[in-house]
Design a protein around this ligand. Sequence first.
Ligand SMILES: Nc1nc(=O)c2c([nH]1)NC[C@@H]1CN(c3ccc(C(=O)N[C@@H](CCC(=O)O)C(=O)O)cc3)CN21
Ligand SMILES: CC(C)C(=O)C(=O)O
Length: 288
Amino acid sequence: MYGPNQNQTSITAQPTAGRAPHSLPSLYALRERQEKIAMLTCYDASMATLMDEAGVDILLIGDSLGMVLQGHSSTLPVTIEDVAYHTACVARGNKTAWVLADMPWGSYHESPAQAYANAAKLMAAGAHMVKIEGGAWVAPTIEFLTQRGVPVCAHIGLTPQYVHLLGGYRLQGKNEGDAQRLQAEALTLQQAGANMLLFELIPAPLAASITAQLHIPTIGIGAGPDCSGQVLVIQDILGIFPGKKARFVKNYLAGRDSIQAAVRAYVDEVKSGVYPAPEHSFGVVSKG
Ligand SMILES: Nc1nc(=O)c2c([nH]1)NC[C@@H]1CN(c3ccc(C(=O)N[C@@H](CCC(=O)O)C(=O)O)cc3)CN21
Ligand SMILES: CC(C)C(=O)C(=O)O
């Protein structure tokens, strides 16, 4: 439906009336035929219905909700109950999109068994997959969950739950050593059973190279155009999150008269590769 040779009569993405519900195979098929995957954060039922109808492939109940809904200055105060509540709201409004829920701070760090008990709460609330921030050290947890039927999206690069260790929301993988570590971690997480990989704030060439090495779909935010898909925070694409804008943010409501039109324009620009442009991405990995 979004192939490069279609005869489009309008510049907006086509609504997905009749789209079959997404599944892991249907998402893998998007990567296989090089159709970009469009993901947005979503925290409530009305937005879930709107995004599903606008053709968003994956709805992310991100722990960014701590910042954009709750007004905290980081994602650390978010609880598993908070994410489960918003996941249930999204699941009620959604028909066909894939529902991905974040494992918040402290919900998977103690042990694989703790992670499983908390992932079970999100799956019971309506999630199809959970997302876990962290490098090689989360591999045993990912193995434990996926062996027990919980699909997992791994999240590397800038991992906002580790902001105090990382010293800010900064570009990761900037030098060759860090880039090589991220490349190795991506392979380790895929081997552990991760079904999807999200990179946040890494140089575009590094995201391209890791994506080429993997068989699972990759989703980028501030990671350049050569990922299998893209994600942004809904408040950012509507221009309603106060404060400094990250480089990857693009306002899709500007010049449009509805949230529907903005979300469709985002889907359309991800599918066509217009977003992200070079100004939304970071450049080459430096020596040293
Ligand atoms: N509204 C919102 N949007 C997000 O994308 C988001 C959240 N909240 N909360 C959780 C994390 C925090 N994120 C952030 C926050 C700030 C930057 C930022 O301003 N980064 C600088 C990087 C500068 C550099 O290292 O070169 C930038 O200019 O993009 C990036 C990601 C992403 N996530
Ligand atoms: C910014 C995205 C990738 C996220 O993890 C979140 O919304 O919490």
